[in-house]
Design a protein around this ligand. Sequence first.
Ligand code: KG4
Ligand code: ZN
Length: 333
Amino acid sequence: MIILGIETSCDETAAAVLAGGAKVLASVVASQDQIHAPYGGVVPELASRRHVEVILPVIQKALGDAGVSLPGLEGIAVTQGPGLVGSLLVGCSVAKSLAYVRRLPLVGVNHLEGHIYAAFLQEPTPSYPFLALVVSGGHTALYLARAPLRYELVGQTRDDAAGEAFDKVAKLLGLGYPGGPVIESTARSGDPNAIQLPVAQMTDGAPDFSFSGIKTAVSLHVKRGRPLSPGQVADIAASFQATAVKMLVRKTVRAALRLGVRRVVLTGGVAANKTLRGALQAEATERGWELFIPPPSLCTDNAAMIAAAGHARLEAGERASLTMNALPDMRLA
Ligand code: KG4
Ligand code: ZN
C-alpha cells in the first residue's frame, strides 16, 4: 500500500510517501524555525498561517520526490492530535479534501504513536512488548506497547516536557531557538560536572518526570553569574544536558526493570540528542536489552512516521470519516 502522510501538529509542515509500511519513498519537512526564532518559541497563529502557505507545495514535492502521482496513492494518514488546534486543522482539512476527491481511505494518527512508529522505519524493527520513551517539545512520556496499536501509559512529565526544558534553558543562556540542537553543540566545550543541578525524585515513587526544578536551578545560576563568559555558558549547557539525560535514562531503566521488559524504543525530537542516545545505549548494552532509536531525522517531527502508523491502522481496517477533525488533546493511552 502506498500512503501519503501529512503532519502539521506544531511548527513543522511535513509530507511523506511510504510504501509497504516501511519504505520511505519521500519525506519532506518544511521547518518554521526561522519564523518562531525571534519569539524564542512557537507562536500558534504564525504556525497555522505558514502551514496554509506551504502545505500544498510540500505535498507536491513529496509526491514528486517519490515519483508517485495522486492516482498512485492508496491511502492517506494525517496527524489528528495532540498539537496546536490551528496547525492540526490545516493538515486535517487537506487530508480530508484529498481523500474525498481521490476516494481514498483516510486515517487519523496520534502524533505520539507516529513518533513510536519511526522505530519501524529501519531494520531491525522492535517486536512486542516494548517500552517507549517519547521525548519531544510537547511531551515526555513512557508507554508500554504490549501489542500492535495497544499502549499503556507508564509515566509522564508532571510539568515541562524535556524538549521544552532544553528550549527554555537555551533561552535563559541567550542561545536561541530551537534549544535542543544549540544546547547540544554548546555543551560540547563545557564540563558536565561543573554545576550541581537537582535530579527530580517523585516522593510517591511514580515513574513520572519533572523538569521545572532543573530549569529554575539553571535560571538562578544564570542570574547569579551574570554576565556569563562563553566558558560558563558551555558549562551550564553541559551540566543541564547531563542532568536531563540522567533523569530520562534513570526513569526509563527503572520502569523497564519493574515491567520486566527488555526492549526499549527511544524517540521524539530530544532523541536526536547524542548524549541521550549514548547514555541509554550504554545501559541497554550492559543489561543485554534491545534498544531501537530512529535516525535523528526521523526522531524530530516528520510525516514518514505518521504514514507508518497510519499504514498499520489502515491495515487493521481502521477508517476515518470525512467528518473527522483535529483533537488537540488526543491521548494515546
Ligand atoms: O518531536 P519534535 O520535533 O516536536 C514535538 O513533537 O514537540 O521535538 C522538538 C523538540 C524541541 O524542544 C527541540 O529543542 C528538541 O526536540 N530537540 C532536541 C534536539 N533536537 C531537537 N533536544 C535535545 N537535543 C537535540 N539534539
Ligand atoms: Zn513530535
